[in-house]
Write a protein that binds this ligand. Sequence first.
Ligand code: KIV
Length: 272
Amino acid sequence: MSTYSENIRKVTTHRLIEMKKRGEKISMLTAYDYSMAKLIDAAGMDVILVGDSASNVMAGNYTTLPMTLNQMIYHGAAVTKAVKRAHVVVDMPFGSYQGNSREALASAIRIMKETYADSVKMEGGSEIRESVERILSAGIPVMGHLGLMPQSINKYGTYTVRAKEESEANKLIEDALLLQEIGCFAIVLEKIPAELAERVAKELTIPIIGIGAGGGVDGQVLVMHDMLGFDRHFSPRFLRRYANLSDIITEAVQHYIKDVKSQDFPNETEQY
Ligand code: KIV
């Protein structure tokens, strides 16, 4: 397990592409606040995603749609303050780039100016081509996002696996090639068959980061709250839990309540 000390070299888009070239897998995890971002960065994460999944895990919404640009900027700015090494990418929220490319650029500029992030992430392929191109032309790196795109949940009606049908798989491959051609530095593929994801990763030269897309891609991303086990009821097939924080936190909080009630806390050494 690598951790950093001195001589910290920031993870750039160029370094991520180099990692793919030499077959080094890319680790990516979400973070939404200063304290967690600090721990995740110090642990050696390559990419930290300030995801619009903040809508679900931070704000308690059922979808990512309610997230606003101001809210993403709030989370993004908190994360970048803590991060020394990881590449920080901030999700462009629903409604901040689909309208037209001018609005999209204005939203991306606000994210870059007000959060100090390294790049932005956008959901979609050919439909958002103009917006992606305009943002790229301003020198802002863009990470694409294809497959299950949570901002389109009302179109799909379900969070099940995407691109199982040939026509949707073909469209996904075309979109991935298009995003690479116009200059995206990486693409997230969410919840698609592993075989399809591996094919895309092999055909493209930019890194493909999967979530529920199997092991044949160039890196993996998970939502931090899911992999740390904040919600013991959320257990999709693709998720591996690395901790059971819901039990650990509940136990600690109950212990504290008990100590307060019994007047065990504070004791003589815990007062002035
Ligand atoms: O918002 C998010 O957390 C994401 C990941 C699921 C990739 O986009």
